[in-house]
Design a protein around this ligand. Structure first.
Ligand code: CTP
Ligand code: MG
Length: 171
């Protein structure tokens, strides 16, 4: 397994991109209200354009600062790490939307908890950054660490965001 701090710094753009839409989001939904032939919304009102763009930008900013301060062994140089921050943040929001797409197809209302909520964004972010990263990033123990930490932190942070009044529901 890589150094613990390396793994945590790597996760910064992903976690920032995933959590910031709760505060930055709102306004027009990403699917513009469109429905598929199954009668359900494509993504639902929980996925907004502002949340998508704001979350991606916030991930780039924090991941970019990390790239300046803390070089990661998973990337060839600081430029590559900076590019990776963009790809990871964008991948996180794409994964989040893909999760909602699947959720809607499964007939789960927006805002209701669903198993994919906790992990889909991580999986897609890791897939998106594959062309930019060293193979050492995908060591099995690293992936296990990412998955376990995310599955623990996601419900915990949602609960805290709910208590802080940022989120209406505790999941
Ligand atoms: N959010 C947003 N735009 C996004 C993602 C999230 O505006 N692209 C905001 C919404 O206010 C959303 C909140 O962040 O309600 C929490 O996000 P999330 O839990 O991912 O969405 P849900 O509301 O649970 O909707 P879904 O069931 O589609 O996951
Ligand atoms: Mg949710």
């Amino acid at each position: 397994m890589a150094q613990l701090l390396d793994l945590l710094v790597f996760l910064i753009p992903i976690y920032v991109a995933n959590s910031s839409p709760v505060v930055l989001g709102g306004g027009a939904p990403l699917d513009f209200g469109a429905r598929l032939p199954d009668g359900k919304r494509v993504l639902g009102d929980g996925k907004t354009i502002r949340g998508f763009i704001g979350g991606t930008l916030a991930g780039i900013v924090f991941g970019g600062i990390a790239a300046l301060l803390y070089p990661l062994p998973f990337f060839a140089d600081a430029q590559m790490q900076f590019l990776a921050a963009f790809v990871l943040a964008f991948g996180t929001l794409c994964g989040d939307s893909l999760g909602s797409f699947i959720k809607r197809r499964a007939g789960v209302e927006w805002g209701k908890p669903f198993v994919l909520d906790t992990i889909m964004f991580l999986v897609v972010a890791l897939a998106f950054v594959f062309p930019l990263a060293n193979r050492s990033l995908y060591e099995p123990m690293n992936l296990v660490f990412f998955a376990v930490l995310t599955v623990i932190l996601h419900p915990l942070t949602n609960m805290l965001a709910n208590r802080a009044g940022l989120k209406n529901v505790p999941w």
